[in-house]
Design a protein around this ligand. Structure first.
Ligand SMILES: [Zn+2]
Length: 173
């Protein structure tokens, strides 16, 4: 598996950053091909071993790393041998993309099917029914609510959905 090529993908980088946070990125962006002991990895990367361990566990929780314990016969201490499981990234990203696509379509439907009113001063938006109950006056500042044209938002969302649908048509989710 070519981790390097994979990690150049901005979408993959953003996904990893979201999971491990900025602090964990040096670990997430430097997966080893071979099994590695967390202390050794910390030394190689010159990072606090606690951060390395925490990041590895986060990756593990997200099915992107696995470990096995090895017991030292003499000291009785356990060492953790870690493997990066980045083969799973693409599949997981596709699942995320599919979820996003479904949510966006729901939002888009909502935007298309509703009429909105806005208080320009407070930047608060109301659905038609809410606005009517308020007699078309802002509950915060009392100024009249204006009908809101959400066409720009709808257009932007349509474009996003279209792009996502195209991406998803290339993969099997
Ligand atoms: Zn207002």
């Amino acid at each position: 598996m070519d981790f390097e090529g994979l990690l150049q993908d901005e979408v993959v980088q953003a996904y990893l950053a979201e999971i491990v946070g900025a602090e964990g990125m040096p670990v997430a962006m430097n997966p080893t091909e071979e099994e590695v002991v967390d202390e050794d990895l910390a030394e190689d990367l010159e990072i606090d071993p606690k951060v390395v361990r925490r990041t590895l566990f986060i990756l593990y929780e997200n099915d992107l790393a696995s470990y096995r314990r090895d017991r030292d016969e003499e000291s009785g201490w356990y060492t953790y041998l870690w493997s990066f499981e980045y083969d799973n990234i693409t599949d997981k990203l596709n699942v995320e993309m599919k979820k996003l696509d479904e949510n966006l379509k729901k939002r888009l439907k909502y935007e298309r099917e509703n009429e909105f009113y806005i208080c320009e001063i407070d930047g608060i938006r109301f659905e038609f029914d809410e606005a009517m109950e308020l007699s078309f006056n802002c509950p915060e500042c009392g100024s009249p609510l204006d009908p809101m044209d959400n066409q720009q938002l709808v257009d932007a969302m349509e474009e996003r959905v279209e792009a996502l649908d195209e991406e998803l048509s290339k993969v099997d989710v």
